[in-house]
Structures are given as structure tokens and as C-alpha cells.
Design a protein around this ligand. Structure first.
Ligand SMILES: Cc1cc2nc3c(=O)[nH]c(=O)nc-3n(C[C@H](O)[C@H](O)[C@H](O)COP(=O)(O)OP(=O)(O)OC[C@H]3O[C@@H](n4cnc5c(N)ncnc54)[C@H](O)[C@@H]3O)c2cc1C
Length: 436
């Protein structure tokens, strides 16, 4: 057994899972978590794996990409999933947890694990030896400076304003229509046309909707290009009609004329399975996003793959720096995991932490590291982190459009999802059987 210690920086979702997976493989781990000695703008406790916002780990259905990812994690003996399953609270088809019980369960399990030493201290430099950096979206300033020196500061993004992403199949195409402004660019956009009454009702609902309260770290001056839609609306009733909802150059096939206002949807993936709402970055509360944005004609029954948000998000441009094992290409032995590596979400962060822990353990034991196949949810995230064109790289949740298409074309969405899940779990089983 190696006598070296694995250093893990950050005891959030990714760092805790990484420590667990490495320790279970016989590796001595020193896990640094700066809380409660030094806080972040969003965490409230000194517990490991604290959930900073929602208490939901999203869909529990395995036929949903995040449900599949969770199932793969369970098969790896994930501590985060064990804690979630034990501290689950009723939440329909979602896996939601009692956040205090969840973080306490993980903290106790890690503290009781003889191979893990927890040190409550801020790390400001990358130490020698095998290291996993898992300092999250709210990485401390000094550590962010250290990462910036490794990657170049232009590659360390700080603010992330995101618009909701919608499931294409849930858009009502008897109302919405495909077109580009003035016909330039073919049928690239889906357009949701509004008449005056619909626009007025939407505007009033948007103005009255509940927003996530501003936190200190969020009181930043936004660039004009990433201003939340509701902030822009506050400038006046007409502002949106001259901004993201301008109707010019878009003939509605039902009337042959330009509508009063238009909401445009842009493809998220090549296959067109998901679309984002152009210019609709928002900090409305998630249920309010569902309620207000479903007032848009064509979106009455729309399914949200991801809700919009605006928050600080420190992340590197993974494809420029990371290899498929999550190690820095220029600095072997230094791994990066969790949100700072460029995934989005509690579950995704924990999953990448688990992989980094397994990979670091294998490296320290002199074993070969094989990334999970790209047809699995873990593998699809690795592909996103390492193979996306760098200029287009943005943090993402796990979604089926990150997976390679099925060889066989299937018409029904349920059938496609079932086939994707079957393919993923079969490949994951083979990959896992080769792990020790
Ligand atoms: C405000 C906000 C709200 C969010 N809401 C949601 C949500 O509702 N649902 C969702 O799925 N995702 C949400 N996310 C996104 C993301 O999934 C979570 O932030 C998730 O916790 C990321 O996991 P992580 O392990 O990468 O980071 P974290 O869980 O944040 O863990 C990183 C840890 O590193 C510690 N740390 C930082 N710097 C240092 C240092 N220098 N030395 C030692 N320790 C350090 C921090 O204290 C923290 O405990 C949100 C993010 C933010 C910022």
C-alpha cells in the first residue's frame, strides 16, 4: 500500500465523495475544509457537503439523465447517495433530503473513517503530491488566485448568468414556429409569438414574481448582456419588446405578420433535443419560473431541464486543461472535481468528485485509469468537461443530449430514454467490474 497521502481541498459535495472513494480503496486522505474557520457567502454551517440552496437532488426517475447518474453513483457505493437515500423527504418524483440530516450523515461518516483526516483550514496553494482541488463555485479568493496562476485568469470565469433550458418535445409547435429573423439562418430558432394581451399579462406576472433574495456576493454590476430578464423589465413596459422579446423580422405563419412580441428559443445541442430561452437569464424562484414562463404561448406544458440562475461560479475551461482522468494535462497528479471543474449541480459535482477520488487512488496504487464509457452518465460528463470546443464551454447539468445518439432511431421519447438508460447501465457495469 502506498505511504503517500492524498490531499483534497474542499469538503463540499465533490470533495467529500472524493475522500470517501479514495479512503475505501485504502488511501490515506487529508481533507481540507475551510469552514467554519472561514465562511463562504452561501454556506451557513461547518458541516461537510452542505447544500447551499435547494434541498433537492432532482429527479429520482432513472429514465431522467440525473436519475441515471444517481443510479450509477449508487453502484459505486457513493456516500452522497447513501446519505440522500437515508435522509430523503417526500417530494413527489424528486429526491429531496433533510439538508441538516444529510450533511450531518456525511460529516459523521467521514469523521469516522480511519483513512480520512479532516482539517478545518483554508488552503491557499496547491501542495506537492497527489491533490484533488474541489473548492466549488465559491472557491476562496486566495485559492482562486492560485488556480488562475495555473490556468491564466482569462480562463477562470466568475459569474454565471443562465437562462432556463427546455425539453424540445414539450414545446407546442402548433403555436410556436421555426424561423430566423428576416430569414437569415434558416429555421434555427423556435419562436413563441405573443399578442398585446398576452404580452401585458406576461409582463405583469414577471414584475410581480418572487425573486431569490440578493446575497452580498451577488450584488455585482452585471454586464448588459447578462442582465436578468426581470431587472430589464423594471426599466419599463416596452423595454423587453425592444430587447430579447423584439418581434421584428419574424413572420408568424398563422397571421403572416410580425407578432406584438416574440420569445426566441435557441438550440442547446446539435440534435435539437433541448432549447434555451434567449436572453431569459433570471433569478426568479424556480416555481415562479415554471409558473410565469409557462404563460408564454407554446410553453404552456413545457418541461424545464434546467432553471435559470445568476450566481458566482468559479470554474475553469475544462477542455483546455483537463484530461479524461480529471488531471491537469500540464500537472499530472493534480486533479480537479466538482463545480470548479465545470459541471453544474449537486449530483454532478459529487459524481465528478467520486471519479476523481477513484482515479487518484488508482494513480497512487500504480494502477491504470480508464475513464467510464461516454454512453454512461459519468462518461457523458467527462466528455463534456474534456472534449467540448473551448469557446463554447459552459458548466452543465447532466442531460441526455450530452450522450452519443443511439445507433437505432426510435420515434418515441420514452423508448429512446429507456434504450439510453439500458445502454448506459450495461456499459457502466462492465467498466465497474474492471475497477478494484
Ligand atoms: C448560491 C448557489 C446556489 C446553488 N444552488 C444549487 C441548487 O439549488 N441545486 C444544485 O444542484 N446546485 C446548486 N448550486 C450549484 C452547485 O451544485 C453547488 O454549489 C455544489 O455544492 C457544488 O459542489 P462542489 O463540491 O463543487 O462545491 P461546494 O459544495 O461548494 O464545496 C466546496 C467546498 O470547498 C470549500 N473551500 C473553498 N475554498 C477553499 C479553500 N481555499 N480551502 C479549503 N476549503 C475551501 C468551501 O467551503 C466548500 O465547502 C448552487 C451554487 C451556488 C453558488
Amino acid at each position: 500500500m502506498p505511504d503517500k497521502t492524498l490531499t483534497i481541498i474542499g469538503g463540499g459535495l465533490a470533495g467529500s465523495e472524493a475522500a470517501w472513494q479514495a479512503a475505501k480503496r485504502g488511501i490515506k486522505v487529508r481533507l481540507f475544509e475551510m469552514r467554519p474557520v472561514k465562511g463562504t457567502p452561501a454556506h451557513h454551517t461547518g458541516l461537510l457537503a452542505e447544500l447551499v440552496c435547494s434541498n433537492s437532488l432532482r429527479s429520482a426517475d432513472v429514465h431522467n439523465a440525473v436519475g441515471l447518474l444517481k443510479e450509477e453513483m449508487r453502484r459505486l457505493g457513493s456516500l452522497v447517495m447513501e446519505a440522500a437515500d437515508i435522509t430523503r423527504v417526500p417530494a413527489g418524483s424528486a429526491l429531496a433530503v433533510d439538508r441538516e440530516a444529510f450533511a450531518s450523515y456525511i460529516t459523521k461518516a467521514i469523521e469516522a473513517e480511519p483513512n480520512i483526516e479532516v482539517v478545518h483550514e483554508e488552503v491557499t496553494d496547491i501542495p506537492d503530491g497527489p491533490v484533488i482541488i474541489a473548492t466549488g463555485p465559491l472557491t476562496s479568493d486566495k485559492m482562486a488566485g492560485t488556480i488562475a496562476r495555473l490556468t491564466g485568469s482569462e480562463h477562470l470565469h466568475f459569474y454565471d448568468a443562465i437562462a432556463p433550458i427546455l425539453d424540445a418535445e414539450s414545446i407546442d409547435m402548433t403555436v410556436a414556429f421555426k424561423a430566423s429573423r428576416y430569414g437569415k439562418g434558416g429555421d434555427d430558432y423556435i419562436n413563441c409569438p405573443m399578442n398585446r394581451e398576452e404580452y401585458d399579462a406576461f409582463f405583469d406576472a414577471l414584475m410581480a414574481a418572487e425573486k431569490v433574495p440578493a446575497r452580498d456576493f451577488e450584488s455585482v454590476k452585471c454586464f448588459e448582456g447578462c442582465m436578468p430578464i426581470e431587472v430589464m423589465a423594471e426599466r419599463g413596459r416596452e423595454t423587453l419588446r425592444h430587447g430579447p422579446m423584439k418581434p421584428v423580422g419574424l413572420d408568424d405563419p398563422r397571421t403572416g405578420r410580425w407578432p406584438y412580441a416574440v420569445v426566441q428559443l435557441r438550440m442547446e445541442d446539435k440534435e435539437g433535443t433541448s432549447y434555451n430561452i434567449v436572453g431569459f437569464q433570471t433569478r426568479l424562484k424556480w416555481p415562479e419560473q415554471a409558473r410565469v414562463f409557462r404563460m408564454i404561448p407554446g410553453l404552456a406544458k413545457v418541461e424545464f431541464i434546467r432553471f435559470g440562475s445568476l450566481h458566482r461560479n468559479t470554474f475553469i475551461c475544462g477542455p483546455l486543461f483537463l484530461d479524461e482522468t480529471l488531471q491537469f494535462r500540464q500537472r499530472p497528479g493534480v486533479f480537479m472535481a466538482g463545480q470548479v471543474s465545470g459541471v453544474e449541480g449537486y449530483v454532478e459535482s459529487a459524481a465528478m468528485g467520486g471519479l476523481a477520488g477513484i482515479n487518484a487512488a488508482r494513480l497512487m496504487r500504480g494502477e491504470a485509469i480508464t475513464p467510464p464509457p461516454d454512453t454512461t452518465a459519468h462518461g457523458a460528463l467527462i466528455t463534456h468537461l474534456t472534449k467540448t470546443e473551448p469557446a463554447r464551454f459552459q458548466p452543465t447539468n447532466v442531460i441526455f443530449s450530452l450522450f452519443p445518439p443511439l445507433e437505432k432511431k426510435l420515434r418515441k421519447k420514452e423508448e429512446r430514454r429507456e434504450a439510453m438508460v439500458e445502454r448506459a447501465l450495461a456499459a457502466f457495469g462492465i467498466w465497474k467490474s474492471n475497477l478494484s
